[in-house]
Design a protein around this ligand. Structure first.
Ligand code: NAI
Length: 229
């Protein structure tokens, strides 16, 4: 297992939910945290907190540059920021669809691109993209969300291919229902029976600490039984 001491982890969406739990877990393990948030005041003082809005194209470069200025290296990038507005494929208004592709696909791609040289320099760079079981199968009307998460899984595979020889290992993490603000409206699964952000964070800590010779390409994590998942 890789030793966290001295290593730097960038976590987007660290203000709440899964991103928050991951940043807390990695900080506890000894990683130095650079948190990307729309409102940096929401991060605890011991983290390096940067304003990062996934809807702004320049945000990735700015946050990455600020992280490098603070720590001089980046070893781990966790793309947890995400949205799920309803986007049916029969809707003629594509506003929600475009937002989904921008925040859930292009923003992680831009962050990976911006951090790439320093992840290569690390020799053991790690990228975790929080995709979803919705990227593996479609079970509700939100085709736009499923399409965006499937695209994020594809991006992860592309990153694995390009990054392998540089020691970069990427993982598409695909949870089912997780008890966060994003699922506050969900009634088909009791909240007490949803996965917990802390449990996802524990798995992610293990994934990013595994050596280059033990790479997890995709992780499917469910709170209920589905055939094959
Ligand atoms: P959440 O709604 O609690 O957290 C989303 C995070 O993304 C927040 O920190 C929010 O501030 C941030 N965010 C949203 N738009 C942003 C923007 N434009 N710029 C910067 N940050 C932005 O939801 P949750 O559950 O923690 O979601 C985290 C990731 O996990 C998302 O990518 C989501 O799609 C994914 N996911 C969530 C599941 C669930 O059941 N909650 C299941 C599968 C995947």
């Amino acid at each position: 297992m890789l030793e966290p001491a001295g290593r730097v982890a960038m976590v987007s969406g660290a203000s709440r939910g899964i991103g928050r739990a991951v940043a807390e877990r990695l900080a506890c393990a000894g990683y130095r945290i650079s948190a990307g948030l729309r409102d940096p005041r929401r991060a605890p003082p011991e983290w390096h907190a940067c304003r990062y809005d996934a809807e702004e194209a320049v945000g990735a470069q700015a946050w990455t540059a600020a992280t490098l200025a603070e720590f001089g290296r980046i070893d781990v990038l966790v793309n947890a920021a995400g949205i799920n507005p309803m986007a049916r494929f029969l809707d003629s208004d594509e506003t929600a669809f475009d937002a989904l592709m921008t925040v859930n696909v292009k923003a992680p791609m831009r962050l990976i691109r911006a951090a790439w040289p320093t992840l290569v320099a690390s020799g053991t760079g790690r990228i975790v993209n929080i995709a979803s079981l919705s990227g593996k199968r479609v079970r509700n009307d939100n085709a736009g969300y499923a399409m965006a998460k499937a695209a994020l899984v594809s991006l992860t595979q592309a990153v694995r291919r390009e990054g392998w020889e540089h020691g970069i290992r990427a993982t598409a993490f695909c949870p089912g229902f997780v008890e966060t603000d994003m699922t506050a409206h969900v009634t088909k699964q009791p909240r007490a029976l949803m996965s917990r952000p802390e449990d996802i964070a524990a798995v992610i800590e293990t994934v990013v600490r595994l050596p280059n010779t033990a790479s997890v390409a995709e992780l499917l994590l469910n709170c209920r039984h589905e055939d094959m998942l």
